[in-house]
Ligand binder design. Structure first.
Ligand code: AMP
Ligand code: MG
Length: 401
């Protein structure tokens, strides 16, 4: 048995070798960027008007308070040139600053009448005002995004502005999710008194889907030859195999045995944690196998605590270490690390985690009341209100109620 810290270290030292794929930028949200992105021209590409008004040469303002309107410079038009200091050019937001002008006075501050623009006395003008200067945001050739970031709508906007139609992103690995257990029946079945409906595989598939990663779901019985036959083939086809159930000490928990038979090297079996103690992890070549205990809360915890960060890490992305504050005293006896289900609330800028332990690792109905797990380390019994611990979130912030 290893500690949670050791398990984490082992898992992160055995990363999946991943590949890149080029996709259209409109499809890239949620993916991990696999290339640095540079600006193909200055941003903004020209001195850009940020307000509607008149473009003037600031030098002329000491001599003239009324200027002749020469023309209108609209957005999308080539740059015009001011003919003299006695003139100004009406300008629209987004237009190129005309040659010979250096300042924009908004319409609100000038009086337009009979082809002239008059500056009322007392209006304070600063040279260069209301202009977004060329290259102020980024210079041509400058790196505007680094490989390894997770693409959000902001990055999509930037891809568009720098003309990046095809973007190199990390390819999703091929993931198979396999539930095991003779007691499990399909969602649409009417279970007999001794049966239950499968739920773990769907939770795992939904969790992967929520980050955009596709997966296939299947079921295998607690039968050694069947497990062996199926897993032998799956290992040759998949990058990641996530099993649920069959890794504990029961008479029908054949998964570790079968995985050994087919040559999967075991890296971890059993972690000093609650829930999820029987957790199993191994690999063969570039195929990685996670054997999660079948109790639904254990399955859930092991996915969010180990598999998800491992997946991001394998794809070259980092996962921030999140923390939350224990909102009530809590007692838990070592030597296990306790992953405490909790509901999170932002109170005046502080993330407070309210324990809602539920009825144990089989009580998956409780997960809908919680937002994540607070990681209480395996030293100490009395965990005090106000103390800060690692927070493993399974509900995105925008889904909190
Ligand atoms: P196991 O790890 O196989 O001993 O399973 C532990 C408990 O989790 C048993 O009560 C199983 O019925 C339950 N369980 C296992 N797999 C699933 C699943 N896919 N969906 C829901 N419950 C499961
Ligand atoms: Mg089982």
């Amino acid at each position: 048995m290893v500690s949670v810290e050791e398990a984490t270290q082992i898992i992160h030292s055995k990363l999946l070798k991943t590949s890149r794929v080029a996709i259209e930028f409109t499809q890239a949200v949620g993916r991990v960027l696999a290339e640095d992105i540079v600006a193909d021209r200055d941003l903004p590409p020209f001195d850009r008007a940020t307000m509607d008004g008149v473009a003037v040469s600031s030098a002329s303002l000491s001599q003239h308070s009324t200027l002749l309107i020469q023309s209108v410079q609209a957005a999308g038009e080539p740059q015009q040139t001011l003919v003299s200091h006695a003139h100004c050019i009406e300008i629209m937001t987004g237009a190129m600053l005309p040659k010979g002008t250096d300042t924009i006075i908004p319409y609100e501050q000038v009086e337009i009448k009979d082809g002239t623009a008059t500056l009322p006395a007392g209006v304070k003008i600063e040279r260069g005002q209301n202009i977004h200067p060329q290259g102020a945001d980024a210079r041509k050739g400058e790196k505007v995004m680094k490989a390894g970031i997770r693409i959000s709508p902001a990055e999509v906007a930037l891809f568009a502005s720098v003309g990046k139609n095809d973007v190199s992103v990390m390819a999703w690995p091929k993931v198979a999710i396999i539930s095991t257990g003779n007691e499990l029946v399909d969602v649409t079945a009417t279970p007999l008194p001794h049966q239950i409906r499968k739920s773990n595989s769907y939770a795992l598939q939904a969790a992967l889907k929520s980050i955009g990663c596709p997966s296939t779901v299947m079921h295998l019985p607690d039968d050694k030859p069947t497990l062996e036959l199926a897993l032998r083939e799956l290992v040759t086809q998949q990058d990641v195999i996530i099993l649920s159930g069959g890794v504990s000490k029961g008479k029908y928990d054949f998964v570790p045995q079968v995985l050994a038979t087919i040559g999967i090297e075991k890296h971890i079996h059993q972690v000093a944690q609650k829930p999820g103690k029987p957790f199993w992890f191994g690999s063969k070549g570039n195929t990685f196998v996670f054997g999660l205990p079948g109790n639904p809360v254990s399955t859930y915890l092991c996915y969010y605590r180990y598999i998800l960060p491992w997946l991001w890490h394998s794809l070259g992305a980092q996962t921030p270490d999140q923390k939350a504050i224990l909102a009530e005293d809590f007692m838990f006896k070592p030597p296990l690390t306790c992953f405490l289900q909790a509901a999170i609330k932002n109170e005046n800028g502080r993330w407070m985690a309210y324990p809602c332990a539920g009825g144990g690792s089989g009580d998956f109905a409780n997960l809908v009341k919680a937002d994540g797990f607070l990681e209480l380390p395996n030293h100490g019994i009395h965990f005090k209100k106000g103390d800060v611990f690692s927070w493993i979130s399974f509900r995105p912030i925008h889904h909190l109620i």
